[in-house]
Structures are given as C-alpha cells and as structure tokens.
Design a protein around this ligand. Sequence first.
Ligand SMILES: C[S@@+](CC[C@H](N)C(=O)[O-])C[C@H]1O[C@@H](n2cnc3c(N)ncnc32)[C@H](O)[C@@H]1O
Length: 386
Amino acid sequence: MTPSARVAAAIEILDDYLSGTPAEQALTGWARRHRFAGSKDRAAIRDHVFDALRRLRSAAGLGAGKTGRAIMIGLMRGQGVDPDTLFTGEGHAPAPLTDQERSLTATLSRAERLDCPDWLLPQVEDSLGPETEAVLEALRHRAPVFLRVNTTRTTREEVQRTLAQEGIVAQPHPLASTALEVLENPRKISGSQAFLQGLVELQDAASQAVVESLQVKPGQRVLDYCAGGGGKALALASLGAEVVAHDIAPARMKDLPARAERAGCKIDISTPDTLRDFGSFDLVFADAPCSGSGSWRRAPQGKWLLTPDRFATLLETQRMVLSQLPALTSSGGAIAYATCSVLQPENRGQVDWFLTHHADFTMVCERQFSPLDGGDGFYIARLEGK
Ligand SMILES: C[S@@+](CC[C@H](N)C(=O)[O-])C[C@H]1O[C@@H](n2cnc3c(N)ncnc32)[C@H](O)[C@@H]1O
C-alpha cells in the first residue's frame, strides 16, 4: 500500500470509530475486509489511527470537522505535514483537498491544543499544577515500549544480549531494576526467543516500579485483588511471593495460567466465590479500576470516553474496592492501593477517605509516578495496620 492509501484506510477506520465502534474492533474489522494488507501496512495504519486518537480534539480543530477525513487532514497539519502531498486522489489515495479545506485556518483553545476535554482540564490542573501542560503534551505522543525481565530466570544484561541477536535493541530504564526500554524493532518481541521462553514480558516501566516499591519478600502471601490480565500478579510472583490473583470479572484473567507457566511461576486464581477459601494475606494489593489518565498514551480512547458522571462512578467503585480490603488483610498485614491515574481524587483523595473510615490503618508511604518520568502515570500508597 502507498502512504496515501494507508491514510485512506485510517480515515475509514476513524469513521467507524466515530460511529461508535471501539477502536480495536474497527481496526480488526478493516483488516478482515482487506486481507491483502500486509503486516507492515496494518502496523502503519494502526499508528495513524492511534496518533489521531491521542490528538482527536486538536486534529478535529485543525481539520475543521469531526470526520475521519477532517481528522486526518488536521493530524497531518499538526504534525507539520502538508496534506496535499498525501490527499492526491491517485490510486487508493483520499480525494484532493477542496478549496474550502485548503483555505482553513483554525485557532485552537488551550484545551483543544492540549487534547483535553474542557470539563477535565480544571481537574488536571488541580492535580498537576505547573506540570499540567507538560503532562498533557506527553500524553499526545506514543508511549515507549518496555519489557520486564524475569529475573528468576535471567539478568537484564543477559536478556539484552539475547534480544540484540534477534535485532531487538533495548536498554535498561532507571524506573525499575527489571525494566528494559525497547529502542528498535518492538514489533519483533512477541515472536522472539526471549519472549517465547518467558524471559521477558511486555510491561510498562512504572507498573514495574509500582511492584518493586511493594518490597515483597519470598514466601509472603499476596492477594492481587484487581488482577485483570495479571501483569502485576506475574511480577509479584517473580519476586517469590505466593500470589493469589482475583478479579470481579474472572474472564479477564483467562490468559494468566499460560503466562505464569511460560514465566515458570505459580499463581493461584480466585473468583469472587472462592476468595474466602484462601484466608487472609500479608499484603493485599488493589490496582483499582480508574480513569486510566496516566496511560492515555497507550489507550487514548479512555480520554474521550470519560465524562463527569463516569468519573463519579469510578470514584464510588474505588471506595467500594478499598472498603473490601481490610477484611482480607491478616493482622499486621498491609494494603497497597494503586491506580494508573494522575488525578488526585482517585489517588490521595481516596486514601484520605479510607483513613477517615479506618482509623486502625495509617499511610506509611505513597508515590506518584508521572508520564514525565518515562513510563505511565501511576499512584501507589501503602497502608498498614496500627
Ligand atoms: C486497572 S485494572 C487491573 C490491571 C492489572 N492489575 C494488570 O496489571 O494488568 C482493574 C481491574 O479491576 C477489576 N475490578 C473492578 N471492580 C472490581 C471489584 N469490585 N473487585 C475486584 N476487581 C474489580 C476490573 O475487572 C479490572 O480487571
């Protein structure tokens, strides 16, 4: 496919997304209807679509419309690319710009320029203060790709050499002792020997740092209460903890047994019905459902789906999750509360709420990771019984 044909494909996929189809589904649907497209084409089209989703507001502003075509015109302008070079009308290229499209000049508001919904900008400012613009700007760019090295099996240096033999260039990242940042050929990872042999997992560096900050000891009984796909449960198990993974939606953990086997570690899986059988835990870790504001580089749709009502519902869910944790914690044990959010009401705000209702707990440490540190935005607080 030509570069122009890839832009035309992105326009089609964005139109599908704008009509209500989730982005991943719109991409898969397009790939099924265009089986001739090779993996390089699909990857390039995916990059266009996700670049556009990260910058949906500014692109719509610069293209003066909320259609796939207007957004791709605006995206090109925002990236300093003249749309006339790609919108040629030749072959499978999008039709040339009309005089009206070509003569557009747009003045973006601050929220548009930062690709932030209007209602959310004051919330972000309350939480991030002078870092607001830098963080929102970071969220308009692609996220780096990170690997977690399975240190029960190898070292960061050794796996770096193994990856290099397969053309994957990676370097240690300061956020976590297990983290490698992939600099070249990230798309080769899932087929690499290091991945297939369980020496590495794809995991954001701040996620790794969150697990590292828990200072888990071998043999400690740890409950990952909101395990989801189980990325953090695997990291906890690789530190030697006896991990039970639980999620209100157990189907989310369906790949976890195979991933644990590949990594050579053991994780018990619990459904809400069987959790009581596992007794209490030295550490109860809750990576709570959240706005995902710290990971909007990876999942930009979340930024546009969040509304004041949905945000209020998330805050209620987080309080419900927090209030369930003390009963699962053994005497002298600890709770660790985490979100991949940079918004204070989901983070310190929830911990303060918890402490007013559980005077027998105290916060012993907390840390807010920023996308400016390199990885996702994350919050972690450790609460211990008095
Ligand atoms: C942020 S995700 C977890 C990501 C996961 N820890 C990881 O590292 O891949 C939050 C998870 O919390 C789960 N969840 C939501 N409400 C819950 C509840 N009341 N009890 C337990 N889990 C819940 C969701 O199903 C979701 O999988």
